[in-house]
Structures are given as structure tokens and as C-alpha cells.
Design a protein around this ligand. Structure first.
Ligand code: UDP
Length: 495
């Protein structure tokens, strides 16, 4: 059986440049009219008008995106479809992935944590770190400078790429830095992170943040734009799947018990070719899959401390013990070797596994730690899609969150979402209307109370899901994001 035939749109291939670390990710064009079924006529027209305007303004210039990974995490997720539609609109938009050694990603993860106000590994961000950070980015810059032409536009994403600003400006390119992370109220740790980055950022012509609260006060406000992330309704991650397809996928990959795992299962990939959902037997770490009729509370996240997978596990296992035994918890994240720019993943997963081992046998049967393979991005996406759709409740109990695409993805699937009232999650959920917000992300009892309410009151939970879908359809689809980018680039090259 093929799943979601005809909805497949993008194709991302990888091609290593021969001599240096920078990697070019190939993205196939997707026509803008693929978004038409999700838009009113007026919205579709606005998108097409913006496309004409930016194409004329760019006048053949290339728009380069530079980030640190081609898969795993929200930035890579968005680049895949934004570039595809951009190319479909006739803009020459390209994607380069910089590379670095373990030390580089240790430093950038420290910066990532710092901008979230988190201590992370607690290590320094001083002159030695500056030197190591620059060394890697200088090597990347040398490679970039062979491809990027003066007057092209370069969009650098997150702290990993910030150190490229001045080198690229010296080449005569237009440079914008987009920061996908931040914290609502600054702290000593976030100040440390910004102090590290500040000298690199001064020459950027533009800055993009997800929330006004994330913008450091010393950035010139006239150069700052706010753009919220979005999802693509056509992607493998978000396309419609009916409950039968969902159950077949989850059984095939061993995330639900029962059924015929051996039956071949195909689906339409981003590029339209046929993909296969492989038979997996080891996605669940240390335990057996839940029964199909079990009600699942699901959190999908990278294994990052700020996502607090361990806190969800702890809340569920300590406090839900006496409630309905048909409720299970599934914590799903990427296979830890698959996300290269995230050195903490293995440690976080290991501590969750240790916590799981300390549970009673009865609770172990109800808590499932899942690692989804990353070697096939489309297969990963369809598994996550099915899991989010199968969930009775989707949780996102993050301690800090730049935006939280997993929240938007679950809302689009009309799931009741229970998430922490942190960062960009506040821009997505109005508490009690499109989901539930946990005011204090460390309040385990509060988390359980809200969870029990959603599990006990099905009509209420269903109503939240319906409202959530409508909110995403209205505010968080790709057309709004593409129009905002077109305005940014038009202004940049005209100024
Ligand atoms: N994701 C995934 N597979 C996983 C875990 C996460 O594809 O095993 C995706 C998830 O669906 C979402 C993105 O990674 O699209 C995470 O984005 P988010 O903004 O929630 O968090 P980030 O990882 O960027 O901090």
C-alpha cells in the first residue's frame, strides 16, 4: 500500500564538496500552487504577488542559507520546504551546511544553552573558545567564498553560523543573521552567550528573531524583523494519514504491538518517488510496544535537556501510577548518532534509560523510550507523523523553547497539546482555547493535573484539537513565512 500518494513534494539530496567541510544540500523546486488547497484565494494571490516582487528585486542574485545540519531539529525541517517553494517561485535559493569538529559543536551547544539561559555543560565561553570557534568558521568561510558572489544574499542561521558575518560582508554580500532561539527574560548565562556572539554580529545588515523578547537591546532595532516559524502541510511530516495508515505504519516499525510486521509498506517521498517503511524491531529501547488500544501520551523531541524528556518521565511515572492503566507514555527522539550538531543527545538518552530502569515492572510496561532512525529522512518523517496522529495527548514540557515546531505539528493534526508556557510556545497556544499551558515548566504535579484533565474530558480535549488545527491553518503555514522572507529580501537588496 502506498501512503499519501500524490502529496510528495520535495527532494533533498546531499552532495559533499570535495575538499572542504561545507556541504551543499540539494532541494528540488515545488510549485507554489501546491499550497492552494490550504489557502483562501486571497491568500494564494498574496503569495504569488510576493513571489513576483522578490524575483524582480533579487534580479538573479542567489539567496544562500547556511546552517549546521541538514536534518534533525526545527531549522532543517523548515529549510527543506521553504527552499523548495522558493525555488518553485523562481528564486535561486540554496542551502549550505557548515561542518565542524567535536570541539566546535561543544562550543556552539554551550552557546545554544546559554541563549536559553541554561547552564548546559557549564563550560567557559572565553578567548580559547573564541579561537576554536573562529578557526572552524574560517575554514568554512574559505570554502563559501568560492561559491558566494558579491551582492548575493546570505541568511546565516543560529550561533553556529554567526561567526561568518564579517567574512561574508567583506566579500560584498548582503548578510542576515536569523536566531531561532532565545529567552524571554535575560540571565547571566544568556548575557555570557550574547557577549560571545556580539562582536560577530555587528556588521550584519539584518536580524530575524522569533520573538521580540529574544532581541538583545544593543542590536539596532531598525535592522530587526520578527518572523515566526511555520510548517508545510504538504510535507511527509504533516500530510494527512487516515487512522488505518497510522496503525499500519506504527505496527510495521514496532511502535504498536500486534499486526503483520512483515507486510511491505510504501509511501510517497518528498520527491515523488516511492519510499518504503522498513521493518524495525529495535526502536523501543528496553521494552515492549504498547497495545494499539492503549491511550498514548507522546512527546517528540531531540534528546536535549531543555526538552525535559526526563521530567515528563518522572511526572508520568510518579504521579499517574494510580490512574487508568491503559494510559502509556512514549518519549520519541532521533537516533542519537543521527544529529551531528547535538553532542548532548547520547547523555540525555542515557539518563532517560537509567530512569526507565528504576521504574517498577508495571510502570516499565507503560513507559516507552523510542529512537527513530535518521538515515532516511522521509521514513523518519512519516513515522513521526503517524506517532503524532496516534497520540491521545501530545506533550511538550520544554524548560526553554525558541518556538517549538513539534507543537505546531501536533496542533495541525488536531491533537490536544499540553505544553510549557515558555518562549515561542506562548505564541502558539492560548491556554484553554487551542491547547493547555503549564505555567511553570518544572511543576510536575501541575503537569499531571492538566494531563489527567485532558485524559478524563474527551470532548474538551477534542475541542482543543479542533481549535488548534484552525489556528495553525490561519497563522502557521508556509505562505505567511514565505511572504515575510520575500519582504525581507526585497528590502535588503533595494536599500
Ligand atoms: N523531529 C524529528 N524526529 C525526531 C525528533 C524531532 O523529525 O526524532 C523533528 C520534529 O518533528 C520537528 C523538529 O524535529 O520538526 C524539532 O523542531 P522544534 O522546533 O520542536 O525543536 P528544535 O529541535 O529545533 O529545538
Amino acid at each position: 500500500m502506498a501512503l499519501g500518494d500524490g502529496l510528495s513534494l520535495l527532494s533533498v539530496g546531499h552532495e559533499w564538496c570535495e575538499d572542504l567541510p561545507v556541504r551543499h544540500v540539494e532541494v528540488q523546486a515545488v510549485p507554489l500552487d501546491r499550497l492552494d488547497p490550504f489557502l483562501t484565494g486571497e491568500r494564494a494571490d498574496r503569495l504569488r504577488t510576493a513571489a513576483v516582487r522578490v524575483r524582480e528585486a533579487l534580479d538573479g542574485r542567489v539567496v544562500w542559507n547556511v546552517n549546521a545540519t541538514s536534518h534533525g531539529g526545527g531549522v532543517a525541517e523548515m529549510l527543506q520546504y521553504l527552499l523548495a517553494y522558493g525555488r518553485g517561485a523562481g528564486v535561486d535559493v540554496r542551502w549550505l551546511v557548515l561542518d565542524g569538529d567535536h570541539r566546535f559543536f561543544e562550543i556552539t551547544k554551550r552557546l545554544h544553552n546559554a541563549l536559553h539561559g541554561a547552564i548546559g555543560d557549564g563550560g567557559p565561553l572565553g578567548d580559547v573558545e573564541q579561537a576554536d570557534y573562529r578557526r572552524v568558521l574560517d575554514a568554512n568561510l574559505a570554502q563559501l567564498s568560492r561559491s558566494v558572489r558579491p551582492d548575493d544574499v546570505v541568511l546565516l542561521h543560529d550561533p553556529q553560523a554567526a561567526g561568518l558575518v564579517s567574512g561574508l560582508r567583506a566579500l560584498g554580500t548582503h548578510v542576515v543573521w536569523r536566531c531561532h532561539i532565545g529567552i524571554d527574560i535575560g540571565s547571566d548565562r544568556s548575557e555570557l552567550g550574547w557577549a560571545f556572539l556580539r562582536r560577530h554580529l555587528e556588521q550584519a545588515e539584518g536580524f530575524v528573531f522569533s520573538r521580540a523578547q529574544y532581541v538583545p537591546p544593543w542590536l539596532p532595532s531598525g535592522r530587526v524583523r520578527l518572523i515566526l516559524p511555520s510548517i508545510d502541510p504538504n510535507s511527509v511530516k504533516n500530510r494527512d494519514l487516515d487512522p488505518y495508515q497510522v496503525a499500519r505504519i506504527l505496527r510495521r516499525v514496532g511502535l504498536l504491538a500486534g499486526g503483520d510486521q512483515d507486510h511491505e509498506l510504501t509511501f510517497a517521498r518528498r520527491d515523488g518517488s516511492v519510499g518504503s517503511v522498513r521493518r524495525h524491531t529495535d526502536l523501543i529501547r528496553d521494552g515492549a510496544p504498547p497495545a494499539p488500544e492503549a491511550r498514548l501520551v507522546v512527546q517528540v523531541s531531540r534528546w536535549d535537556r531543555l526538552k525535559d524528556m526526563a521530567g515528563v518521565l518522572s511526572a508520568f511515572s510518579q504521579n499517574l501510577l494510580h490512574t487508568s492503566a491503559d494510559v502509556h507514555l512514549m518519549l520519541a527522539g532521533p537516533e542519537v548518532s543521527g544529529v551531528t550538531d547535538d553532542p548532548e543527545g547520547a547523555d540525555v538518552l542515557a539518563s532517560c534509560r537509567m530512569a526507565w530502569r528504576s521504574l517498577s515492572p508495571a510502570m516499565q510496561e507503560r513507559v516507552h523510550l523510542v529512537c527513530v532512525p535518521m538515515d532516511d529522512a522521509d521514513e523518519n518523517a512519516i513515522i513521526i507523523n503517524a506517532l503524532q496522529r496516534h497520540a491521545t495527548v501530545v506533550a511538550q514540557k520544554s524548560l526553554g523553547e525558541g518556538f517549538g515546531l513539534t507543537v505546531t505539528e501536533a496542533m495541525w493534526k488536531a491533537r490536544p497539546v499540553l505544553a510549557s508556557a515558555v518562549g515561542g510556545i506562548n505564541d502558539q497556544i492560548v491556554d484553554g482555547r487551542d491547547g493547555r499551558l503549564l505555567q511553570d515548566p518544572r511543576d510536575l504535579d501541575g503537569f499531571v493535573r492538566l494531563l489527567n484533565q485532558l485524559l478524563a474530558d474527551e470532548p474538551f480535549a477534542t475541542g482543543l484539537g479542533v481549535a488548534a488545527r484552525a489556528r495553525v491553518a490561519d497563522q502557521f503555514l508556509s505562505d505567511r513565512h514565505l511572504i515575510q522572507y520575500s519582504e525581507l529580501f526585497t528590502q535588503l537588496v533595494n536599500s
